[in-house]
Design a protein around this ligand. Structure first.
Ligand code: ATP
Length: 232
């Protein structure tokens, strides 16, 4: 056996990071995490609720408290021991930048373990608007899932992000587990046309979003009277 075989570091199973407002968490998020965990052989997926205040589309009410959003994520995860909630972005306070989240994770986990930031194609298409986006490729890989309504995202991506994709995209996700950061892979996901916006809208007009999100989350929403007209 060569000397290198003795000194090579053990293969580290990657970590998945799913950031979101989770206002509320729904089956779109959970399926994305589940399918990414299988396809990327993740050791865990961290659900990281965005800090407050976060920005919504103009005209919509301001977001639900971090405490409520965290508790809904906790209930949605239930006893899935691959999933965990990580409240670092809420604890840091101020605007949430994925760059800061990843710097924090790297200081905790080290530079060797592969980290995959998991996100829908709608979010990835806007990557160029993210704080220090080019540097993110030094900190993580991206696992991009198709999302109904965002099928044409590649056609909308131009300029530097298109070039970044051309250089960094890889077809074989398994290969990436050998490198800590720097590439983009597609996550194959059951298309689920579910959004938190639609769920909030249904609740505010008294319709039931049942079967779009876990019952445990819906029960929490009802018990705490979230998303009713004018409530927060
Ligand atoms: P909102 O409707 O309030 O904008 P959302 O449903 O998009 O919320 P977020 O918490 O903003 O949920 O999403 C977190 C991440 O999960 C984003 O990267 C988003 O693209 C992804 N995501 C959310 N819903 C789906 C879905 N149905 N299919 C695939 N990805 C999804």
């Amino acid at each position: 056996m060569s000397e290198a075989a003795f000194t090579r570091s053990p293969v580290l199973k990657p970590i998945g990071v799913l950031g979101g407002t989770f206002d509320p968490i729904h089956y779109g998020h959970l399926r994305l995490a589940q399918q990414a965990a299988e396809q990327l052989t993740l050791q865990e997926v961290r659900f990281i609720p965005a800090g407050e205040p976060y920005h919504r589309a103009p005209g919509l009410a301001s977001g639900t408290s971090g405490a409520h959003r965290t508790e809904m994520v906790r209930r949605a995860i239930g006893n899935n021991n691959l999933f965990r909630v990580d409240t670092r972005d809420l604890e840091r306070g101020g605007a949430t930048y994925t760059f800061d989240t990843l710097v924090g994770l790297r200081s905790e986990l080290g530079n060797q373990v592969p980290i995959f930031v998991l996100l829908g194609a709608d979010a990835f298409a806007l990557l160029e608007t993210w704080h220090r986006w080019r540097e993110l490729f030094d900190l993580c890989h991206f696992g991009v899932a198709q999302r109904p309504g965002a099928e044409l995202w590649r056609e909308r991506v131009g300029g530097e992000l298109a070039e970044t994709l051309r250089v960094r995209e890889r077809a074989d996700a398994q290969q990436l587990s050998a490198t800590p950061a720097g590439n983009v892979v597609t996550i194959t996901m059951t298309p689920l046309e579910i959004s938190a916006t639609a769920i909030r809208e249904q609740l505010s007009r008294g319709a039931s979003p049942r079967y779009l999100l876990p019952d445990a989350v819906l029960e929490y929403i009802v018990a705490n009277e979230l998303y009713l007209e004018g409530s927060r």
